[in-house]
Design a protein around this ligand. Structure first.
Ligand code: GDP
Ligand code: MG
Length: 370
């Protein structure tokens, strides 16, 4: 149900709030200027005052992305966004490091340090793959709870010597709940106690039927230590991505999701964002969560300055007024006035939500999950 305060409606109609309150009183409603009225009542008032009806909805004030769908002909293929999940010590970090090492841009020299929670590799075939470097189910679940479904594909890492463990099952459940396709990477096959076949069999108990067991879930044997199977894993990711026909419109104002954010002493608020659609550019005016700002500079995952970030590219953004939260949506708007309008509206909403639902806030639920 969409609602608006009497004051805000008066403001939009360029009428005195007190006159609206009077009218409402005549209609049998005792309402103060700061109280909200529903859409039907608002429309009635608008007509009453002889104005044209213009639906007063949240999307007028906020940025509604759900109704604003890009036309099919504007869509272009975009790289897949991959999250690696699995039980502790099964090799998530090692695998992320090893995959980063396959990046042809980084080349043989290597040594470029990672400075943000996501990176993109260019494969030998020239395709791009984005990895979210936030292993951990809590991060994945938190993002999802905040409505930020940025992951296209989950790579489930299972150590071939250790097998299915509690967090493996948890990861399977989270992935299933998110409706995200999974690729099973059976890791540590270099170890002599490795038993990949046992992993495949045990996965059946959790209704994960891998290809080697005549199922549909792709599986691949890898070693983050020796690099065995990494090319095959990347191939399977690309194959899965192709099946999904991942696309986005690159030629529009950008929308992105915050992966992580922090306050840097020298640079101010820094946010690593993943572009969902459109192209984020230096100079863009933006709203992110309850913050607003203008893109002063952008850095890629190699720490290089970039002028533009197309869909699925992770970048670090400088120039935001405050530190946003992971999972916050970033939208580019056409003016600073609009940015302020949206961010202050969101601040009001956030305050209202906090006071209304203090003890059952999402934060409490997050900490319960972490
Ligand atoms: P995470 O907790 O899932 O991030 O696991 P890590 O990447 O930290 O790895 C846990 C341990 O397993 C570390 O000591 C790694 O060196 C080791 N490890 C990871 N992958 C492999 C592998 O493919 N082979 C072997 N032999 N050890 C591995
Ligand atoms: Mg780790």
């Amino acid at each position: 149900p969409e609602a608006i305060t009497v004051a805000e409606l008066a403001n939009r109609m360029a009428e005195k709030a007190a006159d609206l309150v009077k009218s409402l009183f005549k209609m049998g409603m005792m309402v103060t200027v700061n109280q909200t009225i529903d859409q039907d009542t608002a429309e009635l008032l608008v007509t009453e005052f002889g104005h044209n009806i213009q639906r007063v909805s949240e999307s007028d004030v906020d940025l509604d992305t759900t109704t604003d769908v890009d036309a099919e002909e504007t869509l272009q293929p975009r790289p897949p966004v991959v999250t690696i999940m699995g039980h502790v010590d099964h090799g998530k970090t090692s695998l992320l490091d090893a995959l980063r090492g396959t990046d042809v841009v980084r080349g043989e020299a290597g040594g470029i340090t990672q400075h943000m929670g996501a990176y993109q590799i260019k494969t030998k075939g020239g395709e791009l793959v984005t990895f979210l470097d936030t292993p951990g189910h809590a991060a994945f679940t938190q993002m999802r709870m905040r409505g930020a479904n940025v992951t296209d594909i989950v790579v489930l890492v299972v150590a071939a010597d250790d097998g299915i463990m509690p967090q493996t099952v948890e990861a399977i459940n989270h992935t299933r709940a998110a409706g995200v396709p999974m690729i099973v990477a059976i890791n540590k096959i270099d170890k002599h106690e490795a038993n990949p076949q046992k992993v495949r069999e045990r996965l059946l108990e959790h209704e994960v039927v891998v290809e080697a067991m005549s199922g549909e879930v792709q599986d691949v044997e890898v070693s983050a230590k020796t690099g065995a199977g990494l090319d095959e894993l990347i191939e399977k990711i690309l194959l899965q991505a192709e099946l999904m026909e991942l696309k986005a419109n690159p030629d529009r104002e950008a929308e992105a999701t915050v992966i992580e954010a922090k306050l840097d002493k020298g640079k101010g608020p820094l946010a690593t964002v993943l572009v969902n659609r459109g192209t984020l550019k230096v100079g863009d005016i933006l709203v992110v969560g309850t913050e607003s700002g203008r893109v002063r500079a952008m850095l890629d995952d190699k720490g290089r300055q970039v002028k533009a970030a197309p869909p699925s590219m992770p970048v670090e953004v400088l120039g935001i007024g405050g530190v946003p939260m992971a999972g916050d949506r970033l939208s580019v708007v056409d003016s600073e006035q609009r940015a302020r309008e949206v961010s202050s509206y969101r601040q009001e909403q956030a305050t209202a939500k906090r006071t209304a639902t203090a003890p059952t806030s999402l934060d409490t639920m997050f900490s319960a999950l972490a």
